[in-house]
Each structure stands twice: as C-alpha cells, then as structure tokens.
Design a protein around this ligand. Sequence first.
Ligand code: FES
Ligand code: ZN
Length: 282
Amino acid sequence: MKDTVFIESFEERVKNTIEKYRLIEAGERVAVACSGGKDSTAALYILDKLGYNPDAVIIDLEIGEYSGKNLENLRGFCAGKGIKLHAISIKDAVGHTIPFISAAMSREGFGPCHACGILKRWLLNKMAREMGFDKVATGHNLDDEAQNIFMNFVQGNLGFCAGLGPVSGHAEGGMFVERIKPLYFCPEEETRRYSQIIGFPVVYEPCPLSADTFRTFIKGELDNLEAAMPGAKRNMADNLVAMLPALRRQYKQSGKMRKCRKCGEPSRSEVCRACELLGRWG
Ligand code: FES
Ligand code: ZN
C-alpha cells in the first residue's frame, strides 16, 4: 500500500473506532497519557488532527537517559503542535524513582513492570480527575489488547477481560476517569509504520527495565499465530468486544468502591494497591 493511502486508512480506522465506540463525546476534555513512544504519540497526533483538542500528560519515570529523551522529545512535539503538556515526576509524586522501586520489587520477586503499572494507573487517574479531564486516552494498540486477552485466558483470569475493550475504567461514583484506546484496532507494526512515515521524534527501543518475560513469551506465540492465521489478533479483539457486555454483567465486582484510607483514591479494599506498594518503603 502506498504511504499516502496507508496514512489515510490508518487515520480513518482510528476515527471510526472513536465514533463507533463513542470514545469521546462532544465537549469532553481529553488527556492523552504519553510515554514519548510511537503509540501514545500517534494517538496524541491523531486526536489533535481530528480536532479533539487533547492535552498531553506524561509521568517522568526517571529512568536515566531513557526518560530524559522521551520527555525532551514530547516537549518538542507538543510545542510544535501547540498542545498543552502536563509533566509530573514520579519522584515528586511518590518519593521514589522507578529504578529504585523496581530494584526493591525485584528483591521481593516481582518484575519491574508490576509496580510501575500500578503506580502509573494510580497517578494518571488522580491527575486526570484533579485536572478535570473527562477521558484519558492511551496508546494501547491491537497487539497489546490481544496479548492481554491471551494472557488472561491462559492464566485463568477471564474476569480480568471485563476490564479490557476500547473503553475501560467505568466510573463508580465518578472516581475513575474513563480510559479510552483510539488505536484499539491498529496493529503494532502499522503504528510503527505510521510513526516512521510521519517522522515522530520518538524512541523506538522498549523501556530498559521492562522484563515481563511472560508477556514477551505470549507476544512471540501470538506473532506466530498471526503469521499462520492472518487476522487472528483482530478476531480476538472483535470477539472480546462482542463478549464484553456479558463479561461485565458476570464479573461486576461485588462490594462497593470506596476511598483508600491513605490517599483517597478509589479502592476496593481499605488501602489501595498503590499505597500498599508505597507503604513498603515508608
Ligand atoms: Fe514501567 Fe519501564 S515503563 S518499568
Ligand atoms: Zn491509596
């Protein structure tokens, strides 16, 4: 496919996803959760191009040069497009950098992505709500979603699939800001091609700390499956979307959402997972 045709069809797919799943309603304020990578930058660029007037939010994980470069790239990109950027340092927010947290977690037998994921979600929700955003858009693509579905299936966590889909984090008492995935039906390879054609200033290497070996294994298996059965990943996402209403009915969490005793963020237990984590280091 010629580059110009490819760009058009990629953007059209994102537009259709937003409209079909009503990811953004008229007048809503959207923040794009940016990492400085190709996916979130593409989501930011397309939402801006489609006229949704997004702000960008980045959590500086303080992973040495890697984070520095991502922040610098995103600053330049947002300045060039006139997009408002909100940057917050994880150290200012929780008192520690991700390398510190990840080293502490690995001593307890957890991979670095475990704590990083929990803290990013927690901080993002808090920031987005405090700043009055209606939606937080992420750069999750089709490969991410297919991996999540596959991982939940093979680990016997079907209930976790109820939290997937193009829109997640449905509000309970307005404490969660809904998360939306405009690139839901865009395969990783296509997002990479889109990013390279447009020439986004992004770092293509993965986070140097990422060591989610199970996800890497599942990714390899899915890539093999896709090579043997083109369309397999898309079928998984389509089937998940079709099953979502039933999954959400079936796995609707019992027990009311309450406020974490320590931070006031939504939590199903007395202390939320982020505070439970942070409590380990005083
Ligand atoms: Fe979270 Fe690398 S982005 S550990
Ligand atoms: Zn808390």
